[in-house]
Ligand binder design. Structure first.
Ligand code: IVH
Length: 702
């Protein structure tokens, strides 16, 4: 949707806007720039939410957004309904009005195997009189169905499916989903009014995090991403909706008319695959990249099978494929039953559910002391993976489902989402099933467990409890925190047992002479680990804050905290009220953060990490100097100074110095007797090759 040329211009404009000072903006200038600024923000939304490839930092984005908000609050008459600021959550909605869909939201007929698909193809061929049919095949997204209406290029109404005829109007909730454009240039395709169908989804990894947080907070869990999405779009508070990380895919145009009210479907808009391409170009999230146009049913079957094999590696939950006749003109001939269109069918993947028996229940201690019951199962294969244990989350979950040891249960595994018990098969009970007894004492350290008022989980409150210590170290080293490869869960447990790792700072005190001799470790893996630990010292501040495992502080809150300070120690000076002034931090979270930074043991740990060389600060602002974002490589000897000194100067001006020549490099600085890097850079062609004098000029030195 954006050509390279237009992207370049937008990035240029981004830089200009980042330098702009709002105080000096008069109304005339504001009028002149405001639409450009919105275009720039929309572009960065698209890079972030549609492509997932941002080109600016969160910090810079926030700055642009704030600039727009400031201008709009100074000149409110310049606000337009499709301004990016209008996504900001509106007031609480008490009831969602009922609205009639322009065309009914039907279901799809289902198929489960090759024979069903061939039957479908035969019916289509009979009704159309064609020998071979062109189909468009795309994933069947497993989320909550929505219907969107755009009129005169503006998003005017969004609704749930409801009973198919009438749905609930949820426009305000959908406006906070950044992958739904608030405006789109349908007019450039002569479309005046259009109804689009789609699905609100939660990415599998985000879903996992939401549930983990809900466990921490003792809230009931979502059974799967679909339920989470469906529950989220009907929340009364759009602010809460905004926190759920929702995305929307659109996959069908069901109504499109021009200025005169003439229908365009099957006329100007001829093919489904082209409609999807159009929606993609207009900035929507669509199945464009994964949609395949198949000539005949054999290709369809092949593509469905391919996707059944790779469904787990797709970031979104899908429960099948949808096969649609590609030629929209044929829709009329094929028509509908009362339940589904005859021009489309769903191919459902095999259900990933199985029944098995609960052999035993054990209790695990989490990093915050929460006790989680885990059922050990008679191992059973579900969708190619053997499942032998499943979390029962908390006592409420067990009581609600009436789960007992010895029960036969239905277990579901949805993608990389953790398996869970859907229900107990009560008919299979023999009378020998035993109720699950909760322990009174911590299974790791023996301290008495407590169940705080209003929470669903029991906790061990001994912060030196060995199980908690191990879990805290595991969390610290995990991928989203300090990302120390080589310190896996098993390795942490092993090192703890051996007495090598008793606390988080111990990670940076490991004695590699000892590690080399541990069974299963050798020189090589010890060296790799050493390097991974070294690298982790330079992680951004928010990762350290997240890694500390403060209760309720997930990645988002960690980022909020990191951007509110220069260095971690500054957090000691925040009162609970100060913390609550930060975005999305309520009193419960603020209290936990405050307590964490007023606990001697924690402060000692932070001090030790600092002493051991772990980064505890944000990069200095002034580094955003004139070389910001530029990569340099040096070759040959410099007259002015040592390589180290030159590197220091480049970095102090915000640039980076790399060791090797690649496409990422912007400048190659050539000193005396250059090496092979020069030739390599010449070959790449996009690298600017400069001599020492030019370099010195650039950094303002002679
Ligand atoms: S087309 C008239 N395409 O599945 C048919 N539906 O079980 C319009 N769904 O109601 C639907 N992914 O909510 C279509 N790529 C896709 C889909 C899809 C998911 C949902 C949709 C539909 C339900 C039927």
């Amino acid at each position: 949707m954006y050509s390279e040329e237009s992207q370049r211009k937008l990035i240029e404009k981004t830089k200009e806007f980042l330098k702009l000072d709002i105080k000096s903006i008069d109304k005339k200038t504001a009028e002149k720039i405001i639409e450009d600024l919105r275009e720039v923000i929309r572009y960065h939304d698209w890079r972030y939410y549609i492509l997932a490839q941002p080109v600016i930092s969160d910090y810079e984005y926030d700055k642009l957004f704030k600039l727009l908000k400031d201008i709009e609050s100074k000149y409110p008459d310049l606000i337009t309904p499709d301004s990016p600021t209008q996504r900001v959550p509106s007031e609480i909605t008490k009831i969602f009005p009922q609205v009639k869909h322009l065309t009914p939201m039907l279901s799809l007929d289902n198929s489960y195997n090759e024979a069903d698909l061939r039957d479908f193809d035969r019916r289509v061929r009979e009704l159309t009189g064609l020998d071979k049919v062109e189909y468009s095949v795309e994933p069947k997204f497993d989320g909550a169905g929505i219907s969107l209406i755009y009129e005169k290029d503006l998003f005017v109404r969004g609704a749930t499916r409801g009973d198919g005829e009438v749905g609930e109007e949820i426009t305000n909730n959908l406006k906070v989903i950044k992958s739904i454009p608030l405006s789109a240039k349908f007019s450039s395709f002569d479309i005046y009014k259009v109804e689009i169908r789609g699905e609100v989804l939660i990415r599998k990894d985000i879903f996992k995090k939401i549930n983990e947080e809900r466990i921490q907070e003792g809230l009931p869990l979502f059974a799967n991403p679909r339920n989470a999405a469906a529950g989220s779009i009907r929340l009364q508070d759009p602010k809460e909706v905004a926190k759920r990380g929702l995305e929307a895919f659109v996959y069908q145009i069901t109504y499109a008319v021009d200025k005169n009210g003439e229908n365009l479907l099957g006329k100007k808009l001829k093919k489904h695959s082209e409609n999807i391409k159009m929606l993609h170009l207009l900035g929507f999230k669509t199945p464009y990249e994964v949609l395949k146009v198949c000539n005949g049913i054999d290709e369809v079957i092949e593509y469905c099978k391919e996707w059944e094999r790779k469904r787990d590696s797709y970031p979104y939950e899908i429960d099948g494929m949808v096969i649609k006749v590609n030629d929209i003109e044929l829709y009329e001939k094929l028509g509908f039953t009362s339940h589904h269109p005859r021009w489309a069918i769903a191919f459902k993947f095999k259900a990933r559910q199985a029944t098995t028996k609960i052999l035993n229940v054990v209790f695990q201690v989490g990093r915050t002391g929460a006790i989680t019951p885990v059922a050990k199962l008679q191992p059973v294969e579900i969708g190619g993976v053997v499942v032998s244990s499943v979390s029962l989350f908390n006592e409420d979950f067990i009581r609600e489902k009436d789960i007992r040891i010895g029960d036969t249960v239905l277990v579901e595994r949805a993608g990389d989402v953790i398996p869970y018990v859907v229900m107990v098969i009560k008919e299979a009970r023999t009378g020998n099933e035993k109720p699950i007894e909760f322990p009174k004492n911590c299974p790791s350290c023996g301290s008495p467990l407590v169940k705080p008022l209003g929470e669903a989980v029991y906790r061990c409150v001994n912060i030196n409890c060995p199980a908690q210590v191990v879990e805290r170290i595991i969390h610290f080293t995990s991928k989203d925190a300090m990302d120390i490869k080589g310190l896996s869960e098993a390795t942490v447990k092993k090192f703890y047992k051996l007495g090598l790792l008793k606390s988080i700072p111990d990670i940076y005190r490991l004695d590699f002479k000892i590690i080399k001799n541990i069974q299963g470790f050798g020189e090589k893996s010890a060296n790799n680990l050493k390097q991974a630990i070294e690298e982790s010292k330079n992680r951004p501040l928010y990762r350290l804050i997240y890694g500390l495992g403060i209760r309720y502080v997930g990645e988002v809150t960690a980022k909020t905290l990191a951007s509110a300070v220069n260095c971690i120690d500054d957090l000691k000076n925040f009162s609970i009220i100060d913390l609550m002034k930060l975005p999305d931090i309520g009193d419960k979270v603020a209290t936990e953060i405050y307590n964490f930074f007023h606990n001697d043991q924690n402060l000692k740990m932070i001090e030790q990490l600092k002493q051991l060389g772990v980064n505890v600060c944000n990069p200095k602002e002034e580094k955003k100097g004139k070389l910001s974002g530029l990569n340099f490589v040096f070759t040959g000897t410099l007259k002015c100074c040592s390589r180290e000194k030159a590197k220091e100067i480049v970095e102090s001006l915000g640039g980076n110095v790399l060791d090797t020549v690649s496409k990422k490099v912007h400048y190659l600085v050539v000193g005396e007797e250059p090496g092979s890097k020069l030739q390599k850079a010449q070959k790449i062609g996009t690298i600017k090759i400069i001599n020492e004098e030019e370099f010195l000029k650039m950094i303002g030195k002679t």
